[in-house]
Design a protein around this ligand. Structure first.
Ligand SMILES: Cc1ncc(COP(=O)(O)O)c(C=O)c1O
Length: 354
């Protein structure tokens, strides 16, 4: 959905990498994360400062092949290495459908998926994944296990101004971010973690070393350029040139998509959507609502038990609630597809009536 913006940017975000460049495994041998490109690290710090969504001071940056690799690295680093049983990993339902699959994919002796954080009551150590705004339902979240002492991993993939008001800079022990949801460059496969504890950061780096001996330099250099253009656009937007910041563009696009969706849902009479309260966004300096990257749609009618199958019959592909640990009456719909696909989706949804 952000292709149009990047087309408008033309050569501003183009990079050329000569054949002799970036050949070594190493990026910065003196850094804890020795495969982190210094220019990429610089642009991460800059974009967080420009947007105001996370503190970077006193944090170690660990780069990963997408935040997916960093998720596995975080579990590896946080799980006690000498425990007799794998540590429980939980997240409040509805949770991101990849968490259970990724946690248990290699049947590690270190960690195991233990389901919904809201009902976890075992008197044993645990890791809680806090996704905010949440995938799939878009709500702002905090830890939900009803006791202290858990280890928290914050997945803030969607904590950017086009999706949700930026109320304060995140200040967590371990926070994950990904280029894919900020700028749309999912195919670069680049994410980063901001990590307070040096030993945890070292272990995460070790995991990536054992897993892929580092992270593509080409991708990091490209990601650095794209983030640089984003930060430049925000700084220039305040000036006299009539430059539109990336977040003004993407926020306006999401506003329009959510307007279209809410209108179609209202007309249908059989679906409902979450309602979000507004909050002050420090980035836009305005009171704004949320407009998540996914729509968490509910089929309200008694005669529809499986909303995913129901919508498939109307040629709309979604992901059903059971993947996210809840009822099949819910489905997750991507709000981030290309314009033609999104328009077709709204057109088809508008034809469904109670
Ligand atoms: C909450 C959340 N975390 C992580 C990811 C994965 O991000 P990446 O593309 O960086 O691996 C996604 C992708 O959908 C996501 O929704």
């Amino acid at each position: 959905m952000y292709e149009k913006y990047w087309k408008q940017m033309g050569d501003k975000a183009t990079i050329v990498i000569p054949g002799w460049q970036s050949m070594s495994y190493f990026s910065d041998v003196k850094n804890l994360c020795w495969f982190l490109e210094p220019e990429f690290a610089k642009q991460i710090v800059r974009v967080h400062k420009v947007v105001g969504n996370a503190l970077t001071e006193g944090r170690h940056i660990v780069v990963g092949t997408g935040s997916s690799q960093l998720f596995s690295a975080a579990l590896y680093a946080l799980a006690p290495q000498d425990a007799s049983n794998p540590i429980s990993v939980v997240s409040a339902a509805p949770y991101y459908s990849c968490y259970p699959l990724m946690t248990d994919s290699i049947k590690s002796g270190l960690h195991k998926w233990a389901g919904d954080a809201k009902v976890f009551n075992k008197d044993e150590p645990y890791i809680e994944l806090v996704t905010s705004p949440n995938n799939p339902d878009g709500f702002i979240r905090h830890s939900m296990v009803n006791r202290t002492g858990g280890i928290l991993v914050h997945d803030l993939a969607y904590y950017w101004p086009q999706y949700t008001p930026i109320s304060s800079p995140a200040d967590n022990d371990l926070t994950l971010f990904t280029v894919s949801k900020i700028t749309g460059h999912a195919g670069m496969r680049i994410g980063w973690a901001l990590v307070k504890d040096v030993e945890v950061a070292k272990k995460m780096t070790k995991f990536i070393e054992l897993n892929t001996i580092g992270v593509s330099k080409d991708s990091q250099i490209r990601a650095a350029k794209v983030l640089e253009v984003v930060s430049d656009s925000c700084e220039q937007a305040g000036g006299s040139e009539h430059v539109e910041s990336f977040f003004h563009f993407s926020h306006a696009l999401m506003t329009e998509r959510w307007r279209m969706l809410r209108e179609a849902v209202k007309r249908s009479g059989i679906f409902s959507l979450p309602e979000f309260s507004s909050a002050h966004c420090n980035f836009f300096d305005n009171k704004l609502g949320s407009q998540p990257a996914f729509a968490w749609l509910k089929c309200d009618g008694d005669d529809v038990d499986d909303c995913e199958s129901f919508l498939r019959r109307h040629k709309i592909l979604t992901r059903g609630g059971k993947h996210f640990g809840v009822s099949p009456k819910y489905v997750r719909i991507s709000m981030m597809d290309r314009e033609e696909t999104y328009d077709l989706f709204i057109q088809r949804l508008s034809q469904i009536r109670s």
